[in-house]
Design a protein. Structure first.
Length: 57
């Protein structure tokens, strides 16, 4: 399974499109895990802990 962490500026239409095309992709949005407006190092740490690649705009 591919796992991505999307920052708050990432286009939600892209997220929806990717999830429609491939159910084996897990996209974690920073808004969903309480990291809205968090600095980049904290987002990277959380993504790393969840073994997610970063996706930002």
């Amino acid at each position: 399974m591919l796992r991505f962490l999307a920052d708050e500026n990432f286009n939600n239409q892209i997220i929806c499109g990717v999830l429609r095309r491939n159910i084996n992709v897990d996209i974690i949005r920073v808004q969903d895990v309480g990291l809205t407006e968090a600095d980049r190092p904290n987002c990277i740490r959380m993504g790393s802990a969840k073994q997610a690649c970063g996706a930002n705009s």
